[in-house]
Design a protein around this ligand. Structure first.
Ligand code: SAM
Length: 289
């Protein structure tokens, strides 16, 4: 485990200044790393996807508990550190890549006993979560360090002005089963925002998982974004603006007659389940076109 002194020594030895633009706040608390290990239930059967291994504070411990760790790091200075510290570990595969550019579906959608464990770069945490849910909802669970405000946003139910696509996708994947507050003093450098660890566990009846093979989940995500493009407007108006020319007025009328949702509602008033049903009927019309 890397404590404050060891972290500073590595940064100094490798001539690295932590980059705020890449969300580089390194974990320096053994207790927090152990909490992540405990709530994730990582085991010798687990294949772990780690995003942003940094200097390897979490990675080195994950490697002791998991069958395999595949890690994606964007910063070549971190890669140099990780190669020196962990290249002798046979169960470690390190990629020097921007996680947002990785085709996760092609690489991991068939994996079982697959878990995501990461202290995420906060500046793209929602994008990363949406990418995981769209491409690899087969993941059993995700244990993530996030900014406290991001946790609040993705935990929201309908009828809240900040409810949106990420919260909806999480509800169609599973449930948030753990939330742990983390003090800023557990990181170096200390972030200017509060942090929390959350675990999101896939439901046995997870809509995203069960439909992984037969619905284009990427299109579903786009659909949600379109529905929320103007969150103050009704679903009818969002549809009119966004879905043309794919859906004709007649198609819209037919979908409305299915009575899945009241088209006069605003997107933030619609449950995750209803959004899924609505998407199925819209996709149906698009396929026929
Ligand atoms: N896991 C380490 C730890 O807990 O100490 C570092 C976590 S730090 C909050 C986030 C890490 O994500 C940094 O190492 C940063 O370079 C990396 N990162 C930032 N953007 C990334 C991206 N788009 N793809 C992959 N890694 C990224």
């Amino acid at each position: 485990m890397l404590d404050l002194l060891a972290t500073k020594k590595i940064l100094n030895d490798f001539n690295i200044l932590p980059r705020q633009s890449l969300g580089q706040n390194f974990l320096i608390s053994e207790a927090i790393v152990q909490k992540i290990i405990k709530i994730s239930n990582v085991s010798k059967q687990s294949h772990v996807l780690e995003i942003g291994p940094g200097l390897g504070a979490l990675t080195s411990v994950l490697l002791e508990f998991a069958a395999k760790v595949s890690a994606y790091e964007i910063d070549k200075k971190m890669i140099a550190v990780l190669e020196q510290r962990l290249s002798n570990k046979m169960n470690f595969v390190l990629y020097h890549q921007n996680i947002l550019d990785v085709d996760l579906r092609a690489l991991y959608s068939e994996q079982s006993n697959f878990q995501v464990i990461a202290n995420l770069p906060y500046y793209i945490s929602a994008e990363i979560i949406e990418k995981i849910l769209t491409e690899i909802p087969n993941a059993l669970n995700m244990t993530l360090m996030l900014q406290k405000e991001a946790v609040e946003r993705i935990s929201l139910e309908p009828n809240n002005s900040r409810y949106g696509p990420t919260a909806i996708m999480i509800q169609l994947y599973g449930r948030i089963t753990d939330k742990i507050k983390v003090a800023s003093s557990c990181f170096y450098p200390q972030p200017g925002v509060s942090s929390q660890i959350i675990k999101i566990t896939r439901d046995p009846e997870s809509v995203l998982f069960l439909n992984q093979g037969n619905t284009d989940l990427f299109k579903f995500k786009q659909f949600l974004k379109q529905c929320f493009a103007q969150r103050r407007k009704t679903i009818r108006n969002n549809f009119k603006k966004c879905l043309r020319p794919k859906l004709s007025v007649q198609d819209l009328e037919k979908i409305e007659q299915l009575n899945i949702v009241d088209f006069e509602l605003r997107p933030e008033q619609i449950t995750a389940k209803k959004f899924w049903q609505l998407y199925q009927s819209v996709a149906n019309y698009n396929n026929q076109a």
